[in-house]
Design a protein around this ligand. Structure first.
Ligand code: 5AD
Length: 333
């Protein structure tokens, strides 16, 4: 399929359903050629909602008044034990930038998980850290690191973040992670305030150049108590088109059908898989902390989003002709 710049712009803006169906079909064909008809499952463990940052879009930013929590090492291990039983072979430890989780604390947690579950991959998603810190986490056994770039346009980045954060440092972190040897995840929100066709094209260009092993994209959803609480949510439709385009530009990418899509549309994750996605990340966090990890309004954490409903997700994927193997789901190098 011709994915020249002008054709990408056309695909992002057209209302011609035949063109869009063709795009989704091509994305699925490309995915199936690399990975087969498989959707990899990851167990998401939200370890802390404390955050020192103040990103304008985020519902757990420093200045939002909300009940804060952190999981203990034992709680995190219990989540892994449940996840392992359910057939998850990747645990994603995600949290705000919380100084309580020092390198010593995180390395101990990672080592303990890898010792008890040597057959499982550990993915970390803990925001920006220094290169030495990333190296220690890698040496402790972490396999992957997710750090969405949020936008590949420096001015747009500055609009979404307070002055104390920098686009350059974000990008430096991604390069450091790559150099250290992590499978690296980047990504962005679709429909974030200030986003334009031009910034989106820059995101696609960045993905094509950097070729992250994972790309997480989901619609922006306004979060109560944030400066962007009254802004419009991003479009599910545009998110699906972007997923398909990313799959075609970077055939081997691991592409999650994100919770944000499932939150905005009851069949959002199925539609994402039918647009070329091949990863789902149900929530493995303890029941009583899930509602507190409210990065945006009405975030799904129950029903088929909950890991207990792994069986339900498997059925939903089966219904659209996809297997959900018990597998780490590594990047196909
Ligand atoms: N809507 C959608 N996604 C959000 N994120 C943070 N806040 C929101 C929001 N309001 C995304 C960011 C972040 C990831 C963990 O969640 O892209 O990197």
């Amino acid at each position: 399929m011709n994915l020249s710049l002008s054709n990408i712009e056309h695909l992002l803006t057209t209302s011609d359903p035949t063109a869009i169906d063709g795009l989704f079909a091509e994305a699925c064909r490309v995915r199936d050629e690399v990975y087969g008809r498989k959707v990899f499952m990851r167990g998401l463990i939200e370890i802390t909602n404390h955050c020192k940052n103040n990103c304008l879009y985020c519902g757990i930013r420093r200045e939002v008044s909300t009940q804060r929590y952190r999981l203990t090492k034992e709680q995190i291990l219990d989540c892994c034990r449940i996840g392992n039983q359910l057939g998850f072979r990747t645990f994603v430890l995600q949290g705000g930038e919380d100084g309580w989780f020092t390198d010593d604390v995180m390395c101990d947690i990672v080592k303990t998980i890898k010792k008890e579950f040597p057959h499982c991959a550990v993915t970390l998603s803990l925001g920006e850290r220094g290169k030495a810190s990333f190296q220690r986490l890698f040496d402790a056994g972490a396999d992957r690191y997710l750090l969405r770039h949020e936008t590949a346009d420096a001015a747009h980045y500055a609009y979404l973040h307070p002055n104390e954060m920098s686009f350059e440092h974000r990008m430096q972190c991604l390069r450091d992670l790559r150099e250290i040897g992590f499978q690296v995840g980047a990504g962005f929100m679709v429909g974030s305030p200030g986003q334009t066709l031009e910034t989106l094209i820059k995101d696609l260009q960045f993905i094509q150049d950097f070729r992250p092993e994972m790309v997480g994209i989901g619609p922006f959803i306004p979060a109560a108590g944030t400066p962007f609480e009254s802004r419009q949510a991003g479009s599910v439709e545009l998110t699906l088109r972007l997923l398909a385009i990313i799959r075609i530009l970077h055939p081997r990418v691991l592409l999650p059908a994100t919770t944000a899509l499932g939150t905005l549309h009851p069949n959002g994750r199925e539609r994402a898989v039918m647009a070329g996605a091949n990863v789902v990340m149900p929530n493995l966090s303890p029941q009583d902390t899930r509602a507190l990890y409210s990065i945006y309004n009405n975030k799904l954490s129950t029903g088929s989003e909950a890991a207990e409903s792994a069986a339900d997700i498997r059925l939903r994927m089966k219904a659209i002709g996809m297997e959900t193997p018990v597998d780490r789901g590594d990047f196909a190098y």
